[in-house]
Ligand binder design. Sequence first.
Ligand code: ADP
Length: 242
Amino acid sequence: MPSLLDLHAVDKRFGDKLVLNAVDLSVPRNACVCVLGPSGSGKTTLLRVIAGFEQPDGGHLVLDGRRIDDVPAYRRNIGFVFQNFALFPHLSVEDNVGFGLEHRAATPMPAAERRDRVRAMIELVGLSGLERRDIAQISGGQRQRVALARTLVTEPSLVLLDEPLGALDANLRTRMRDELRLIRERLGVTFLHVTGSEAEALAMGDTVVVLDAGTIAQVGDADAVYNRPCSPAVARFLNCYN
Ligand code: ADP
């Protein structure tokens, strides 16, 4: 089956620094691909290029069989879950989740349909009963769920997650890993998840991609990456977390 997303030799520079260096990446449909790399290796930049927030300096991107290099971010049908959640603190859970639907570029959805979809998504992420709460009144884990629901409710073909569990404490992080997997499987969506945590990448990724200074150092399943690192650099990075 063809991939949902393919990157071909994508470069990105900031000034004279090459932050992404000829990156080739395939994301299969309905998979969870985890990009693992140390801080500064280019993970966030990679997601921002895919989302269309940054223009690549070389190479090209194909989503669902179509070149998207010239497609603006808001028309790519790609969802983004930010590390700090980027919620609106003065709006309720329900209004945060509904925001994307209300402001999407296509024809507006009737209010009743919008409300039903928002409520169904809130239920799916386990927040029923908290619809009218303000963001300031809910916990970090609940905010994470709101951020996820706000992205998923727009039915993106691909969801980019930038260190989505980084702001949570260790117990919650482990629980949310499982929940993210269940939600993904239930909705049949595709995740590209970046993290600096080896444990998270190995637990969640159907495929793990190791990024080192803007270059893909290894691609494989968790077992291959963990047990058979393909270079001293990958082995050193994995050992940092053992
Ligand atoms: P990671 O997410 O792996 O920590 P980033 O993609 O955030 O890495 O950053 C990779 C490199 O690119 C870092 O050296 C960072 O300082 C640099 N960088 C990121 N964004 C910008 C920007 N807008 N302008 C200049 N340099 C940037």
